[in-house]
Design a protein around this ligand. Structure first.
Ligand code: SAM
Length: 341
């Protein structure tokens, strides 16, 4: 069970001390759990899916999804969380699979999953290149047309809290907010040890850009808490059925409003792994000319596609019945011949 080098010491120490297990059972956590399940539900069908929950923590969402009949793989670098997830799993009828691992290096084959959830890695990786590696890995393991749900913390989150509770007037807290607002970098001040460890806080459009840059199609951007947590008596409102209903209606009509996303402490992007049509068309033309000379992967390489991109083109062409799995000299795929009736 070696995991020393998987994530930074700061993050590992923070989660080893903090109680991630009970976080979703109290305060804002209760509403977060309820809301995020609703957001995830929009992207899971009733037929069983292969789901990877990267940064899945102690497995609360993994357990819920496994009980719904999906094949769920939880990937988590913190051993304390892994142990809690194992205990949770033990009690389940429909179990999930637990992997000690990390978002930049997933141990799954290409084209493996229908859905990847990134809830943790994107805000715990301060360097842009590390977040890009994470998104690239999600893309690699996703099937063509697979969905990624990427969760981020908003660059305004601490500042809004600080304005509401007065902490903004504490020098170290204010310095932290300035850094988040201007660079996205969040480092917990020494006199606020309970605040989240080492993280990156996104601007909503930046989160979208990180996915679109890697050729994901953005399906939608969602406010997780939205603007409703700003209600004067939020907790009391959420415990009153009628008031809760009013706030949830407000959330429903504002959740995708780009102008209001910045007021939500957490945001989620839903994006689709789409192969570029020009790659697929280009690959198909080359396959016709190739006539079995090169194998299918070298053929993709000859037009600048990596193995994953080539496999996505092949999967798409198979689904369109343009090619079939039939060996033609060096190549495992042949053109589908039109059958004469
Ligand atoms: C705030 S917790 C959220 C856990 C869970 N997704 C949930 O919503 O309850 C963030 C999680 O991300 C994990 N994490 C941090 N960096 C990660 C990385 N690079 N790859 C995978 N998981 C990571 C942490 O160990 C932690 O369990």
């Amino acid at each position: 069970m070696k995991n020393k080098s998987l994530i930074s010491n700061q993050i590992a120490t923070f989660y080893t001390k903090a109680s991630e297990e009970t976080r979703l059972e109290k305060g804002m956590g209760i509403f977060e759990f309820e809301r995020i399940k609703k957001l995830i539900e929009r992207y899971v069908s009733t037929s069983p899916l292969k789901i990877i929950d990267v940064g899945g923590g102690t497995g609360k969402y993994a357990a819920w999804l496994a009980e719904k009949g999906h094949e769920v793989h939880l990937v988590e670098p913190v051993l304390k969380h892994i142990k809690t997830a194992q205990k949770r799993n033990h009690k389940l009828k429909s179990k999930f699979v637990i992997h000690i691992g990390e978002s930049r290096n997933l141990k799954f084959p290409n084209n493996f999953a229908d859905l990847v959830i990134l809830h943790g890695p994107l805000y715990h990786l301060q360097k842009e290149e590390d977040r890009y590696k994470t998104i690239k890995e999600a893309k690699r393991v996703l099937k063509n047309n697979g969905i990624v749900l990427g969760f981020a913390i908003n660059y305004t989150a601490s500042t809004l809290v600080g304005l509401l509770n007065g902490l903004i007037h504490k020098k170290t807290f204010f310095e932290m907010c300035k850094s988040e607002l201007t660079t996205g970098i969040h480092d917990q001040p020494e006199d606020f040890p309970w605040l989240l460890a080492e993280a990156y806080y996104h601007k909503p459009e930046e989160l979208k850009k990180e996915f679109v840059d890697q050729e994901f199609v953005c399906l939608n951007m969602y406010a997780v808490e939205g603007i409703i947590w700003l209600a004067k008596n939020y907790f009391a409102n959420m415990l009153d059925e009628q008031q809760k209903e009013t706030l949830l209606q407000l959330l429903a009509i504002t959740e995708n409003d780009n102008n209001l996303l910045a007021f939500s402490p957490h945001i989620m992007i839903a994006a689709k792994n789409k192969i570029r049509m020009e790659n697929k068309d280009n690959y198909f033309k080359r396959l016709i000319k190739n006539n079995g000379k090169l194998n299918e992967i070298d053929l993709g390489e000859s037009i600048g596609l990596n193995e994953n991109e080539t496999r996505s083109c092949i999967a798409q062409l198979l689904s369109e019945h343009k090619i079939e799995y039939l060996r033609n000299r060096n190549c495992d795929y042949s053109l589908v011949k039109k059958r004469i009736k």
